[in-house]
Write a new protein. Structure first.
Length: 400
């Protein structure tokens, strides 16, 4: 980037590592770099630090430290939970239930599972992206191995009724997994209260480093490894422990617990300011997702008659980092599966943009973003044949 100020509105994609997190990690690269499984003295500092980290991480969701299994991130944790439920000696059946708005780590895995003989039910959602517990219950079969519904959606921010869905799963004796990558450290989660058996997270979504996450596995749930290897993580996740990562994750979790309420209040105020300004000042704009049951930092908006991709490019030119939410890194023009699942038409899905603020975002950042958005939307519409036709139609109607 140049000397121009960058406004980062893409915190659902990743976050800046918190300063205290980096400080906590640094000694474990150059001084205390030992392998925590070593018997000699160099193993000790890492071993002790990972133990402390695990306790903080567990505490944030009311889990026990021994129920936390470190992974390389959210994607691995998601793969582990579902694949282990359907493959191997502890598999419970060959049928999986997921929502149709899960992250690609779940959706793309399920499409793969279908190719190797697993049956998958993709649950519909309502116009806000909510999965109803009744729909979940109706989909359960005798051979259902696992139900997976995310705690909160990464694109539209909708928070799911996971406690109720977990209760349905428990009633039918089916494993319940939730992808809590977007929710962990942002909203209150309690694995016991919320009837959760398995839960995935990732450190880099809450001010921790990239490349580390965990799978929570409730005591008593038998899961086979996804990564076979050494005896790390109670023998079910091989690979030398990522000590700096775990320590950074622990610090991020500790801090997240301390300031969760304060951060949420701040983000909600910024988010609502952004949403309200857009909806009142930009004609033909709408909010995607639920008006209140949404993640504190998430605003997903759509603008009729224009392409989200062009909007994103123009915003980027003005130094504002946002996302179309569809994460089509491949350059694919497929609209987001989440936006289609909530009932948007292809062109509506394409005209959507995701803004995700953090506690570091300022009111000035939000105002600058909305001001820029106003002029960009106006300019793009002035070049849009769709908009031109629409205006002509409106004129005709008025004259008639
Ligand atoms: C980011 C994200 C993931 C993937 O996590 P990684 O650590 O990047 O693998 C999975 N699920 C959701 C909901 C996410 O937002």
């Amino acid at each position: 980037m140049t000397d121009k100020k960058t406004i980062y509105m893409d915190n659902a994609s990743t976050t800046r590592v918190r300063k205290e997190v980096l400080d906590a990690m640094l000694p474990f690269f150059r001084e205390d770099y030992g392998n925590p499984d070593s018997i000699h003295a160099m193993g000790r500092p890492g071993r002790d630090a990972v133990k402390v980290a695990r306790a903080h991480i567990a505490d944030l969701i009311g889990a026990k430290p021994e129920e936390i299994y470190f992974t390389s991130g959210g994607s691995e944790a998601d793969n582990w939970a579902i694949k282990s439920a359907v493959f191997g000696p502890h598999a419970k059946g060959k049928h999986v239930i997921v929502s149709s708005i899960e992250h690609h780590a779940i959706i793309n895995m399920c499409e793969y599972l279908e190719k190797v003989g697993i049956e998958v039910t993709y649950l519909p959602v309502d116009k806000y992206g909510i999965v109803s517990p009744e729909t979940v219950e109706a989909a359960i079969r005798p051979d259902t191995a696992i139900i997976s519904v995310m705690t909160a959606n990464n694109e539209i921010g909708t928070i799911e009724p996971i406690r109720e869905i977990g209760a349905v799963a428990r009633k039918h004796n089916v494993l319940f997994h939730t992808d809590a990558v977007q929710a962990y450290g942002q909203i209150d989660i309690d694995v016991t209260r919320d009837n959760i058996d398995l839960l995935s997270t990732s450190a880099h979504k809450l001010g921790g480093p990239k490349g580390i996450g965990f799978l929570y596995i409730r005591n008593g749930v038998k899961l086979d490894p996804l990564i076979h290897g050494g005896e790390q993580e109670r023998g079910i996740r091989g690979g030398t422990t990522n000590v700096p990562g775990a320590v950074g994750f622990g610090k991020a979790a500790e801090l997240a617990k301390l300031d969760m309420k304060e951060r949420a209040d701040k983000e909600i105020a910024l988010r609502d300011h952004l949403i309200n300004r857009v909806l009142t000042e930009i004609p033909y704009s709408s909010l995607n997702g639920h008006p209140t049951q949404r993640l504190p930092g998430n605003a997903n908006l759509r603008f009729a008659f224009i392409e989200g991709e062009s909007l994103l490019m123009s915003m980027n030119m003005a130094g504002i980092c946002v996302s179309t939410g569809s994460a089509c890194a491949s350059g694919s023009l497929d609209p987001s599966h989440v936006l289609l699942a909530i009932g948007l038409k292809h062109e509506e899905a394409h005209g959507s943009l995701r803004f995700t603020v953090s506690a570091e975002t300022t009111l000035e950042d939000v105002d600058y973003t909305v001001d820029t958005l106003k002029s960009v939307v106006e300019r793009l519409r002035s070049m849009s044949p769709l908009y031109e036709d629409f205006v002509k139609e409106q004129k005709k109607k008025q004259e008639a």
